[in-house]
Design a protein around this ligand. Structure first.
Ligand code: PLP
Length: 386
């Protein structure tokens, strides 16, 4: 039976729906949702202006000069990832190095394998931090590696990888550096001009839009050279780019409402104070949440110096009365949707600290967690061993 969430009187006004404390879809502002009350024609000038504005705005936000361009792709983040991997990674002779420390690195490796592109991997398991030195050593050892793919915030655990150091190491060795910044872009600084050739993110993350599309920012010369390389018609970045450049239109039906919402979300991102202010709000959310969860007795997976402000992983308590589904539902009816764990070895769950939420919402979820534990009669919060 589906029960309606009890309204939590938080700041964003989430109607009767729970706050989404997940890595996306996220809670968005009412003003972002309201832009979806209009039906834009995909060929109309108003809509094409929105698309052009978004493309320019994203390039500015990622600190790109005019050697870069932005290609928007219909579909969730993985669609842009597969489009970028299939359009830029070498089909033969050279190899792509995937630096993996969680499910999203593994997924990129799986996509490359599936489409038959040569790949090598640095595999750090579920959550260990990869270093720029490891990447440098791998590149020095293997001259066949031409491209490097890494995840900025590995949402599996919430860890933030040192992409600026890696960019220096990769560019010093003349290789192509590609970053999945899906869950971090807009909240953590990312300067493409300092050595990132390709970056991928999506509409429903830190810019706080709704789901529907993803985007690739890439060097124009790479986009030009990718003609005929893609394994796919739909995910062919070169063709998508050419279409957008020719007349500002998409090759196939665009998610018009999601693009209009994102346009508004970008304005609100700027009004809040851009990347620094958004990142600072998420950081405050994370601090309140982690402090409160530790006070209740929960343990975090990551040390404070590793955890980013995007999502926090908590270890499942060993108390026999703790049941994640029951816990989830007890929180949902109180107005908060949390997220299951994705680690392969340790039982865990996650709470997102991004979206149109603030410290008051974090205090709300902590109060709800306290009530849920009492309701389930959970008292022993020491972590269950994996
Ligand atoms: C780092 C990262 N990469 C890729 C993805 C996949 O994105 P999507 O689920 O939108 O396809 C996610 C989703 O949260 C992510 O956090």
């Amino acid at each position: 039976m589906v029960t309606t969430a009890r309204r939590f009187a938080g700041p964003a006004g989430q109607e009767d729906m729970p706050y989404l404390l997940t890595p996306g879809p996220l809670t968005t502002s009412r003003t972002v949702k309201a832009t979806m009350m209009a039906d834009y024609g995909s060929r109309d000038v108003e809509f094409r202006n929105i698309v052009a504005d978004i493309r320019m705005g994203l390039l500015a936000l990622a600190n790109c000069d005019n050697s870069y361009d932005c290609v928007i792709m219909q579909g969730s983040g993985t669609f842009a990832i597969e489009a970028a991997l299939g359009s830029f990674c070498p089909p033969a002779e050279n190899t792509t190095l995937v630096v993996a420390n969680g499910a999203y690195g593994d997924r990129a490796a799986k996509i490359l394998e599936k489409i038959g592109r040569p790949i090598v991997k640095i595999d750090k398991g579920d959550s260990a931090a990869p270093s720029a030195d490891e990447v440098a050593a791998m590149l020095d050892e293997d001259p066949m590696i031409s491209h490097v793919w890494v995840i900025h915030c590995e949402t599996t655990s919430g860890i933030v990888n040192p992409i600026a150091d890696m960019a220096r190491a990769v560019k010093a060795r003349g290789r192509t550096f590609m970053v999945d910044a899906m869950s971090s872009f807009g909240a953590l600084p990312l300067d493409m001009i300092d050595g990132i050739d390709v970056m991928v993110s999506s509409s429903n993350k830190c810019i706080e839009g709704v789901p529907g599309f993803s985007y690739v920012l890439a060097k124009r010369d790479m986009l030009a050279a990718s003609k005929g390389v893609s394994h796919s018609v739909v995910l062919d970045l070169h063709e998508q780019w050419k279409g957008l450049e020719a007349n500002g239109q998409f090759r196939f039906t665009p998610p018009t409402h999601a693009l209009a919402a994102f346009h508004q979300a970008m304005k609100e991102h700027a009004q809040e104070g851009g990347v620094a202010a958004r990142g600072a709000r998420y950081q405050r959310n994370a601090q309140v949440l982690i402090k409160g969860m530790r006070a209740l007795g929960f343990s975090t997976l990551l040390n404070d110096n590793e955890a980013g402000p995007i999502i926090q992983t908590f270890l499942t308590p060993r108390d026999r009365n703790f049941d994640f589904e029951q816990f989830y539902e007890a929180l949902r009816v109180r107005g908060f949707a949390i997220y299951p764990g994705k680690l392969t070895k340790r039982p865990s769950f996650r709470i997102g600290t991004i979206g149109k939420v603030n410290e008051k919402v974090m205090e709300g979820v902590l109060a709800a967690i306290s009530e849920a534990l009492a309701e389930m009669d959970v008292t022993d919060l020491a972590p269950l061993e994996g």
